[in-house]
Design a protein around this ligand. Structure first.
Ligand code: GDP
Ligand code: IMO
Ligand code: MG
Length: 435
């Protein structure tokens, strides 16, 4: 059985939640490896809709193990609230979920520090989700962070809490801000939350490696997307974690030699939330059409998503970084009504073609996308479940994407529901998920 990483090939919100939920049926364990409750993974099952933030989408399959890996930053209040929502929906979270004792703990002051940083005059704001994700990762890398195992140590946690709080209050005061939180109440709240999650906390590195050795299969669920990766994305307009395939190893403690394949999830077009370069952004009516038709509003913050055309050079880049074995293209149905669909096939700057992803924002902003326009199919693909049933022009569009990205399109999503998915016969993707 295969161990597979599924992750976003663009700037997040590609529909990973739906795809992970659908194929988690074939795996024993689904593990998240990075990010925090900045993620919003939507899963629609009949008339029920779940938006998962910290908990892997695999939790929705009864009996499957869901793991929050060591690479995450965990806001215990957000986690417990998510657990309670799922429990109220009848999901047996206590027996399915395991939380890494090495994951980082996110505190209220991380949100405050993020606000200071985002609002600072003269600074270009990233347009974050305001969840405190970046400052929490800063503490991790700065070796000041508190891990879940520390949170559970009843006798040492108050002193660690006080030391960190003291440092953060000093910073807040330097910026003329009064610390908002009642620190005694926060300490008591964290002590309570610790007890709530304690039964689910364990050494998930051991759990995952033992399971793999025993022949069990693991799906690694990425959050955010490749272009939001701290190293490989459009820095500094990125998130603070390793969203790319490499992050699956560091973020779970499973070695690369135990992982067999990587699958990318990409929309049939592109969206991005927050600031930063976006070469194929459509700032005209067509962009508005996609936003409305695709309901492109953030699942965490409700912000309108910026919309644009499929960007093949960007996908070639994300395929290189992640080594995609196959690609799942989502939201094909959103393009149904368009009479012509531009696809970016190359970048130019002046007279020359740009073949590498530029490392600076300035260079990225100067990229001129070269488009080829394909005829739209102008008929509904919504809910189609067989490749052969797609209109010829939709198949041409997918073939064109495949040709210009060099990656197999093994799966196609034509609606938010589980059964609104096509697995392309004979594809590598089919081999991975329908052995
Ligand atoms: P994620 O963060 O990658 O899991 O994606 P989000 O959940 O943030 O955003 C994807 C949105 O598109 C969700 O509202 C899904 O229900 C929806 N969705 C997923 N696949 C499809 C599809 O093929 N067609 C349509 N119309 N909606 C889809
Ligand atoms: P999922 O997992 C889309 C974006 C934010 C901002 C930047 C940094 O649902 O695909 P952060 O709060 O992480 O420091 O914000 O990253 N961002 C996302 N965009 N989908 C996400 O998650 C995102 N998580 C963060 O909008 O531009
Ligand atoms: Mg999302």
């Amino acid at each position: 059985m295969h161990n597979v990483i599924i992750l976003g090939a663009q700037w997040g919100d590609e529909g990973k939640g739906k795809i992970v939920d659908l194929f988690s049926e074939r795996f024993d364990i689904v593990a998240r490896y990075q990010g925090g409750h900045n993620a919003g993974h939507t899963v629609k099952i009949g008339d029920r809709k779940f938006v998962l933030k910290l908990i892997p989408s695999g939790i929705l399959r009864p009996g499957k193990r869901a793991v929050i890996g060591n690479g995450l930053v965990v806001d215990p209040a957000a986690l417990v609230s998510e657990i309670e929502t799922l429990e109220a929906a009848g999901i047996d979270v206590a027996s399915q979920l395991r939380i890494s004792n090495r994951a980082q703990v996110l505190f209220p002051w991380h949100r405050l520090l993020e606000k200071i940083s985002e609002d600072r005059p003269g600074r270009v704001s990233i347009g974050t989700t305001s969840r405190g994700i970046g400052p929490c990762y800063e503490d991790k890398i700065g070796r000041r962070g508190v891990r879940i195992a520390d949170l559970l140590e009843r006798d040492t946690f108050p002193a660690r809490f006080a030391a960190l709080l003291d440092e953060k209050e000093t910073i807040a005061r330097a910026f003329g801000l009064a610390p908002e939180e009642d620190s005694a109440a926060t300490l008591a709240q964290y002590a309570d939350l610790a007890e709530r999650i304690r039964p689910m906390v364990c050494d998930t590195v051991r759990l995952l490696n033992d399971a793999i050795r025993a022949g069990k299969s693991v799906m690694f669920e990425g959050a955010q997307g490749t272009m939001l990766d701290i190293d490989h994305g459009t820095y500094p307009f990125v998130t603070s974690s390793s969203a790319t395939a490499g992050g699956a190893c560091t973020g779970t403690g499973v070695p690369p030699t135990s992982i067999h394949a990587t699958v990318g999830v990409s929309k049939a077009y592109v969206t991005r939330v927050g600031a930063g370069p976006f070469p194929t952004e459509a700032l005209d009516q067509a962009g508005d059409h996609i936003r409305v038709r695709g309901n492109e509003f953030g699942s965490v913050t409700g912000r309108p998503r910026r919309c644009g055309w499929f960007d093949a050079p960007l996908l070639r880049y994300t395929a290189m970084v992640n080594g995609f074995d196959s690609l799942v293209v989502t939201k094909l149905d959103v393009l149904d009504e368009l009479d012509r669909i531009p696809v970016c096939v190359a970048y130019r700057r002046g007279k020359s073609e740009v073949t590498e992803m530029p490392p600076t924002i300035r260079e990225m902003e100067h990229l001129e996308p070269v488009y080829e326009c394909l005829p739209g199919w102008q008929t509904s693909t919504f809910g189609i479940g067989r490749y052969a049933d797609l209109p010829a022009r939709a198949r041409d569009y997918l073939n064109f994407m495949e040709k210009h990205t060099g990656v197999e399109i093994g799966g196609i999503s034509t609606g938010p529901e589980r059964n609104q998915t096509i697995v392309r016969p004979g594809s590598r993707f089919q081999q991975l998920f329908q052995p």
